[in-house]
Structures are given as structure tokens and as C-alpha cells.
Design a protein around this ligand. Structure first.
Ligand SMILES: Cc1cc2nc3c(=O)[nH]c(=O)nc-3n(C[C@H](O)[C@H](O)[C@H](O)COP(=O)(O)OP(=O)(O)OC[C@H]3O[C@@H](n4cnc5c(N)ncnc54)[C@H](O)[C@@H]3O)c2cc1C
Length: 318
């Protein structure tokens, strides 16, 4: 019985590692981690608290394909016999983890946002209907069970340091059975704006109504010396560039102050900003979910509130 976390070169791996440490502790079992074809990552993982790091090596794994990764991890899971196999919910794991799970006759419990333990037995929380409902998923049947964790749902800074031995695992793979040919890896587009370094962020949502109103919040950002960010619909509409999007499919930020203007607080947005030190929300709907994570809230019309704030900030600063 153990928890096995699958790591890749992605910041979300450290969140999954931290979560897996917590799961192993709650379940009273050991934690092992696995790294595929990256000695650099294996060396990094070895500085964290875990019983063992498996470093999976084979010439067929040098470039990613779902076929080769599935075959290699299937061999490892058969050997390591974990109870839980934990993945970060990255583009890559979305591609092959369901296939790996079906090799063991089960479905991947994907995009998990929380977990609790009932006498050591895990209950995972997933969202349905675009975050409108949360549902509990209790793995049943024989182990292993496979799950992936949503970006931002666990904090990487909770990851405990330690010293773990690295064990080489060389699966016997028959490359002639792999149908896929590796293509150049997917790269997220280069970012001209690094929101992760910003101390103050003013983020704008659909409450702004139309592109021509964006200067209303731009003025607030300017007055505060803040970076401008946005919820996804604003970037999808091309009102602000994609690199300014915060959330599960945008950037994850943790500034000193995050001011959400006309943003409802959908889970996909919250996961990208809930680590901010102080959250201020301006929304005309006093029941908007953003107020649940806000330290300060103004229930009001942004077209009245924001210009008034700008005026006051300018007065204080002058
Ligand atoms: C797979 C997936 C990934 C996603 N990734 C992301 C992501 O990375 N980032 C992200 O943000 N979203 C993401 N989403 C979308 C997310 O589910 C929400 O649809 C989105 O966050 C909503 O944006 P919003 O809050 O700006 O708009 P809305 O939900 O429409 O909210 C607008 C808010 O403005 C308020 N408002 C309206 N007029 C005013 C006014 N005059 N003054 C003050 N307040 C006003 C309203 O009360 C409302 O609360 C994703 C969705 C999916 C399915």
C-alpha cells in the first residue's frame, strides 16, 4: 500500500507532490514519486520528503508519446502496487492518464479540487456543470485508483523537504508496438507580461460590459502602479491579451493585493488568485462567490466605485 505521485517538468507537479504527501500521511502509508526520462527532475524530487523516487528510463521515452508513457507507467504501477496514483492535471497527463487508468480497469478521477479522509479512506471532490456543483467521489473496487489534481487546488509551498533515494526503473518496452510518433512538445506561448511578479493586480471581468470600458479599470491600475489582469471571457473576447488571463487556464498569481472588478468568482478564476495576500472584490451582486474569498468587498456598480476609488487614491498619492 502506498501513494505514487507522477511528476513532470511543470510547476503543478510540486502541488501534486505536496497533495500526495498529505494523502500518504492521512492514509498512514508511504509516498513514492516517479519521474519519466528526466534525471534533472529526479534529482530535484530527491530533495523532498518521500520514501523513494523512481526514475524511469528507456530510449523510447526520450520524447513524449502517450503510448510509451502508458506502457512504461503500467509496468511501474504493476511493480510498485500503489493504492493511489496521483497526477497533476496537465495537458500531458490529460493525454495519457485516462488510458493508463483503463489498463487497470478503472476511470481516472480527473481535475480533483479537494480531498478528505474518512477513517483513512479518501473521498475526492470534483466539479460538475462548469463548477456549479461539487460531487464526492469514493474510489471503490481494487486498487490502484488514479486521480489528477486541478491547478492551484493544493499549494506547492506546503511541500515538505527531505531526502529520498532515487531508484532506476528500466521497463521492458516493445517500441514496435507504439503507434505514435513524437512531435515537437506543446509550448505555452511566450509571455510578455509576468503577472506572477506583480505586487498589485487589478483584474477585470465581464462586469465591464464592453471593450471600450476597459480604460475605467486601466485608470485604477495606473493609479495604484498595478498590473492589469482579466478573467477568461475578457481575454477570449480579445479585449485584453491572453497573457493577462488569471485562472486555471491562465496564470497563477499571488500578489500582495488583488482587486477583482466585475468578476463573479468562478472556481477556474479562483484557483489562479486565491493565494493573494489581500483580495478586494468590487461587484454589484452582493451574493457573488468572489466575496467568499475576499478580505474586503464593495457591493456596488463598478462604474461608480472605480472612478471614485481612483480619485481618492490620486488624492492620497499627491
Ligand atoms: C476548462 C475551463 C477553464 C477555464 N479557465 C478560466 C481561467 O483561467 N480564468 C477565468 O477567469 N475563467 C476561466 N474559465 C471560465 C470561468 O468558468 C468563468 O466563466 C469566468 O471566470 C467568468 O468570468 P467573469 O467573472 O468575468 O464573468 P461572469 O461570471 O459573467 O461575472 C461577471 C460579474 O460581474 C458582475 N457585474 C456585472 N455588472 C457589474 C457592474 N456594473 N459593477 C460591478 N459588478 C458587475 C456580475 O455581478 C458578475 O458577478 C474556465 C472555464 C472552463 C470550463
Amino acid at each position: 500500500m502506498s501513494v505514487l505521485v507522477v511528476l513532470e517538468q511543470h510547476r503543478m507537479s510540486w502541488e501534486a507532490f505536496a497533495a500526495a504527501q498529505q494523502f500518504a500521511q492521512e492514509m498512514g502509508t508511504t509516498l513514492e514519486a516517479v519521474v519519466v526520462a528526466s534525471q534533472e527532475l529526479a534529482t530535484q524530487a530527491a530533495t523532498k520528503k518521500a520514501a523513494k523516487i523512481y526514475s524511469v528510463e528507456h530510449p523510447a521515452l526520450t520524447s513524449y508519446t502517450a503510448d510509451a508513457y502508458t506502457a512504461a507507467l503500467e509496468a511501474l504501477v504493476l511493480q510498485a502496487k500503489p493504492t493511489l496514483v496521483v497526477f497533476p492535471h496537465t495537458y500531458q497527463t490529460r493525454d495519457y492518464a485516462p488510458k493508463l487508468a483503463t489498463r487497470f480497469g478503472c476511470a481516472l478521477i480527473s481535475d480533483v479540487v479537494a480531498a478528505r479522509f474518512e477513517r483513512g479512506a479518501p473521498v475526492f471532490v470534483r466539479q460538475f456543470f462548469q463548477g456549479k456543483f461539487n460531487g464526492d467521489v469514493r474510489p471503490n473496487g481494487d486498487a490502484p485508483h488514479f486521480l489528477s489534481l486541478q491547478a492551484g487546488a493544493w499549494r506547492a509551498d506546503a511541500l515538505e523537504a527531505g531526502s529520498a533515494p532515487v531508484e532506476k526503473f528500466a521497463p521492458a518496452l516493445d517500441a514496435s508496438r507504439f503507434r505514435q510518433k513524437a512531435e515537437p512538445p506543446f509550448r505555452e506561448s511566450a509571455r510578455a507580461v509576468d503577472l506572477t511578479a506583480a505586487e498589485i493586480i487589478v483584474a477585470v471581468g465581464r462586469g465591464i460590459k464592453e471593450k471600450d470600458n476597459i480604460p475605467v479599470v486601466e485608470e485604477l491600475a495606473k493609479a495604484l502602479g498595478a498590473e492589469l489582469a482579466a478573467s477568461r471571457p475578457i481575454c477570449d473576447a480579445g479585449w485584453l491579451p491572453m497573457e493577462r488571463q488569471v485562472g486555471s487556464s491562465g496564470q497563477t498569481v499571488s500578489p500582495k493585493v488583488y482587486i477583482a472588478v466585475g468578476i463573479s468568482g468562478a472556481i477556474q478564476h479562483l484557483v489562479g488568485m486565491k493565494g493573494s495576500k489581500i483580495i478586494v472584490a468590487i461587484n454589484k451582486d452582493a451574493n457573488a462567490p468572489i466575496f467568499e474569498v475576499a478580505d474586503y468587498g464593495i457591493a456596488g456598480d463598478l462604474f461608480e466605485v472605480v472612478p471614485a476609488l481612483v480619485q481618492e487614491i490620486r488624492k492620497v498619492k499627491s
